[in-house]
Design a protein around this ligand. Structure first.
Ligand code: EPZ
Length: 421
């Protein structure tokens, strides 16, 4: 397994270009199941998770073609309706295939996504909503078996504003009979981006981006062209890295309106932030003030940036309190940060970080996607030799070429091929 080796102590300087959003690209590719193609998707990032969803959809009969600047997707000739365990176990977001397959074929067999490092990750709200739309769903041998001759519009209330649950039901509803109302829906930017793509296919959706979405079923959809929004979590990761290394970084090609909570919190640390139309300029402070964080659904502080911001707080002045309210086990990065000298105490879903003057380099192990990013950031400032981050396949799921982007900003970082296991 590969590892990333970092020599800390180099402030990041220069411009980094942000890739398309992983969490917008996954539902967009899944939505191409709803009708024949070819759809043309621009801004699809080159990530392990994108490779995974393409592999699953190719088994269903979808044909992909990379042209110069777009990914062409054609599901005109679907020959199967099953997403196999060996692929679904590597990416929980495969559950996003359920809604479109049910809408298009009237049946789907998806391996029940297991939990992951950050939590149990149930999909009960997805299934409950589909049943209310007339689907017949039963579990057997670890698979979700779903059938529906014709989905019907329903009035759905989500107990929790689930992101992929909202996306799954929106896709299931676009050709259902009648109107579907999604209440307490998630309003992350990726939801609105998916709705824009579905409307470009001929869907009739209102309210995406708010907590109540109304989908009027239509009879016919057509292929579309769509450009994916930039990745707000990648952009936020580089903003935090700039603050942490006391750098001077231009984060280019992002949507500042998707990063208001992080921008506010970084300003409280003393970081200087200048907002432009499609970019954010970040200048790190000489001394980092500590700041408390509570993760919330959008537009609150993103849970996907919690681990990265914690790396920043480990070398801030004073103490900061983190509350993780979205996932039940999203402090796995803490034990690895402690190996670098961080002083962090966990109590349930709260973590108390006592800022230290410095971190010291050490070998550490990535455990999930955003924890890996947190360890890379800590390595950028750890002193006394090289920090090695192992099991970086987690990182490759959600960051496109991250070490090249950091190297372009002046970091001393390299990937070393490890023995394949
Ligand atoms: C999406 O996951 C993202 N993944 C996650 O990003 C992100 O952390 C999360 O939303 C929250 O913003 C993708 O979009 C592919 P949820 P999702 O359903 O949809 C509970 C990353 O690093 N819940 O909004 O799986 C759930 O357990 C990843 O890019 C149920 O109880 O998250 C959690 O506590 C990590 N039942 C809460 O709701 C359900 O049926 C929010 O989960 C569904 C969810």
């Amino acid at each position: 397994m590969d590892k990333i080796v970092i020599e800390g102590g180099y402030p990041l300087k220069g411009t980094v270009n942000i890739s398309g959003a992983k969490n917008a690209a996954l539902p967009a590719v899944a939505a191409c199941l709803l009708t024949g193609g070819p759809h043309r998707l621009r801004g699809i990032p080159r990530l392990r998770d994108i490779h995974t969803i393409k592999s699953i959809m190719e088994k269903l009969g979808t044909v992909f073609q990379e042209t110069g600047e777009a990914l062409e997707v054609d599901s005109g000739n679907l020959t199967a309706h099953e997403a196999p365990y060996e692929l679904v176990k590597t990416m929980r977001a495969s559950i996003l295939l359920l809604g479109p397959l049910l809408a298009r074929l009237g049946r789907a067999r998806i391996s029940l996504p297991g939990g992951c490092a950050i939590g149990a990750r149930p999909v009960n709200l997805h299934l409950k909503a589909l049943v209310s739309m007339g689907a017949d769903i039963h579990m057997e041998h670890g698979y979700i078996n779903a059938q529906a001759s014709k989905l019907k519009g329903a009035d759905i209330f989500f107990d929790i504003p689930t992101v992929t649950g909202t996306e799954n039901i929106m896709m299931a509803a676009v050709t259902a009979e009648g109107t579907t109302t999604l209440r307490n829906a998630a309003n992350e930017p990726e939801i609105k981006d998916l709705a824009e793509m579905l409307c470009a296919m001929g869907a009739d959706i209102e309210g995406a981006g708010t907590d109540t979405i109304i989908v009027h079923g239509v009879d016919h959809l057509t292929p579309c062209e769509h450009t994916i929004i930039p990745d707000r979590i990648e952009a936020g990761t580089f903003m935090i890295a700039a603050a942490l290394t006391r750098g001077d970084v231009h984060v280019n090609g992002c949507r500042p309106e998707h990063l208001t909570a992080l921008t506010e919190k970084l300003r409280q640390t003393g970081t200087k932030i200048t907002i432009k139309d499609k970019s954010i300029h970040v200048r790190g402070p000489e001394s980092i003030e500590s700041v408390d964080i509570k993760t919330m659904p959008f537009p609150g502080f993103a849970t996907d940036l919690q681990a990265q911001f914690m790396a920043l707080m480990t070398v801030a002045k004073g103490w900061s309190m983190f509350r993780e309210t979205v996932f039940e086990n999203r402090f796995i990065h803490v034990s690895e940060l402690r190996r670098l000298g961080a002083d962090i105490e966990i109590n349930g879903n709260q973590a108390l970080i006592r800022g230290r003057e410095k971190l010291l380099s050490a070998p550490v192990m990535a455990t999930d996607l955003r924890a890996s990013a947190s360890l890379i950031l800590a390595g950028l400032v750890a002193e006394g030799g090289a920090t090695e981050v192992h099991r970086i396949y987690h990182l490759d799921r959600g960051y496109e070429d991250i070490e090249t982007k950091f190297r372009t900003l002046g970091a001393k970082i390299r990937r070393e091929k490890g023995p394949s296991v």
